[in-house]
Ligand binder design. Structure first.
Ligand SMILES: *[C@@H]1O[C@H](CO)[C@@H](O)[C@H](O)[C@H]1NC(C)=O
Ligand SMILES: *[C@@H]1O[C@H](CO)[C@@H](O)[C@H](O)[C@H]1NC(C)=O
Ligand SMILES: *[C@@H]1O[C@H](CO)[C@@H](O)[C@H](O)[C@H]1NC(C)=O
Ligand SMILES: *[C@@H]1O[C@H](CO)[C@@H](O)[C@H](O)[C@H]1NC(C)=O
Length: 508
């Protein structure tokens, strides 16, 4: 045996006889919490209390080398590994989505390095969105990212996203926010990704180096590696930004169907890229009606916000209320949309008990008036009597002038760039605490069906992996569409032992 072979042989023997995962993790020197430890319950608590999972351990690495050591220890002991970013997975995938995974909690890796000369930044994946937005803003810069909105309940400071959500920008699976029509998805400005592979190797992936990995990470990240930091091109923070809020109380469902249809019509006419908006729908105060809201933002010339939406307002009834919100600064618009402080050092994480679904509508095959009306009828009847606390958001992704759709569907793993609207359907238990009522599932299933069943049978709609749904059939195609076969073959090469496995991970 050559010298190195002997060393490897000794190392393997040591591993194979080593007590167990606990011993190996302890040996890495990385702080780890095990079942029975006093911090275990808090370290393994899900955001969505519909789920309780018992991870084998939760490790808190501080450096890429420590992440690598943890992954190697898991691999040596045949444990599956799951990265945890903000920890706000809708289905607790960031705890493994099942019992017995090793959770790599990134919350100790919070460096943000801004390179002003190059307009770039390196952001470690333990950061939260508010902290990233504040740090960049202090340098006059910004990124496209999700909103921190809390529709209906006081959620928390942090975006709803899936595991290893990359600094809560949610870039691991897309990352839509109100600046996305002008800047793209949160994953688009990323030009390099520092990550740890399933065998513990540390790599820097770019379009030229580890290019398959880079492609996969942009839209399906946690199946392939643990991202330790992202390198991004930043944007100049807009010099003017304003938020607009309109509400139509108790809109009857037929009017609401027409209103959604006319919003679609307006969206297809291609409002300027600095415009962003979403419909926010909620329970009406009488059967047959809904609360129809519109939240929008404008990041362009002062005074042009309302003229931009005027063509749609012209065909709408008079709102019950309308207001401009914010003092005109970009960071204030971020803060107004978050409805909570951006500095995440204050306050504990909130929790909720909920189920969510999504629908992504193809821009080339818009909804019919009949589908819009069917949806509103459902919300105004089943939604009126539901015992859940629910809301719906209809987010504008596309339309001419949107940057999201200027990139090809196969350019990154995120495959549904030709989306016009992404619907988020969300229903919490009546007091936001467990148990979750069975009715919540059928209520949301029926809500999604009220749109899709009115469209023709070949309607190529999708679903959004950041609003992940653990009951979704055919999720491979709904989330990843035509990119799924390539993702599977890359998964085969990079993670043959399926170390990074969770219920909706890319299959071998
Ligand atoms: C996971 O573990 C918890 C606590 O040990 C247990 O109550 C639960 O039933 C387990 N879940 C599954 C799916 O095995
Ligand atoms: C659709 O948009 C066009 C302009 O783009 C407008 O003239 C028309 O009234 C709109 N129709 C509806 C139903 O909103
Ligand atoms: C606008 O509001 C932000 C906080 O959201 C604050 O930091 C900033 O100083 C305010 N700017 C002006 C001009 O009032
Ligand atoms: C780790 O995996 C990568 C990707 O499959 C491979 O290129 C590399 O050679 C592996 N490293 C070791 C030490 O096995």
């Amino acid at each position: 045996m050559a010298f190195f072979d002997i060393l490897i042989f000794i190392a393997l023997s040591v591993l194979s006889v080593s007590a167990d995962l606990n011993g190996d993790l302890t040996g890495t020197g990385v702080r780890s919490v095990f079942p029975g430890d006093k911090n275990y319950a808090s370290a393994s608590k899900a955001f969505n209390l519909r789920f309780t999972f018992s991870p084998a351990a939760v490790a808190f690495p501080k450096t890429p080398n420590e992440v690598s050591a943890v992954v190697k220890a898991a691999h040596a002991n045949n444990y599956q590994v799951i990265p945890r970013g903000g920890g706000h997975s809708y289905v607790a995938n960031s705890l493994g989505g099942k019992n017995g995974s090793l959770v790599v909690d990134m919350s100790s890796m919070k460096a943000i390095t801004i390179k002003s000369s190059a307009n770039t930044a390196v952001i470690e994946t333990g950061n939260r969105l508010g902290d990233v937005a504040l740090a960049l803003n202090a340098a006059g810069r910004a990124l496209p990212h999700v909103m921190l909105e809390s529709a209906g309940i006081q959620v928390d400071l942090f975006a709803f996203c899936d595991l290893n959500d990359w600094t809560n920008l949610c870039s691991a699976f897309g990352g839509y926010g109100f600046t996305s029509r002008q800047w793209g998805l949160a994953l688009d400005p990323i030009f390099a990704i520092n990550a740890v592979l399933a065998n513990g190797t540390i790599v820097r992936a770019t379009k030229d180096s580890h290019s398959d990995l880079f492609w996969s990470l942009k839209g399906a990240a946690p199946s392939f590696a643990i991202t330790t930091s992202i390198e991004v091109n930043t944007f100049a923070a807009p010099s003017y930004a304003i938020v607009m809020e309109y509400t139509w109380e108790n809109m009857d469902y037929k009017t609401a169907g027409k209103a959604m249809y006319s919003f679609q019509n307006f969206s297809l006419s291609g409002p300027a890229a600095p415009f962003a908006g979403e419909l926010v729908l909620g329970r009406g105060s009488r059967q047959g009606s809904v609360t129809f809201g519109f939240t929008a933002a404008w990041y362009g010339k002062k005074g042009s916000a309302i003229p931009t939406i005027q063509p749609w307002l012209d065909v709408m009834p008079t709102p019950s209320s309308s207001k401009l919100v914010g003092n005109g600064s970009y960071i204030d618009s971020v803060s107004q949309l978050s409805e909570s402080p951006l500095d995440t050092s204050s306050g504990p994480d909130a929790t909720d008990t909920f189920y969510a679904k999504s629908i992504m509508t193809p821009e080339g095959d818009p909804m019919t008036l009949e589908a819009c009306t069917s949806f509103m009828q459902y919300l105004s009847t089943k939604g009126f009597s539901s015992n859940t606390n629910w809301f719906v958001e209809v987010e504008l992704y596309g339309g001419p002038n949107s940057k999201i759709r200027e990139i090809a569907n196969d350019a990154t793993a995120f495959s549904r760039r030709d989306t016009l609207f992404t619907f988020q359907l969300y229903a919490s238990s009546s007091n936001y605490k467990p148990p979750y009522p069975k009715e919540g599932f059928s209520f949301l299933d029926g809500m999604a069906d009220s749109v899709t069943s009115k469209m023709h049978s070949g309607w190529n709609y999708g679903a959004y992996a950041n609003y992940i749904d653990n009951r979704l059939q055919n999720w491979q195609s709904l989330y990843f569409s035509d990119n799924y076969p390539r993702l599977k073959s890359i998964k085969d090469q990079l993670d043959p032992h399926n170390v990074f496995m969770f219920p909706t991970s890319i299959e071998e």
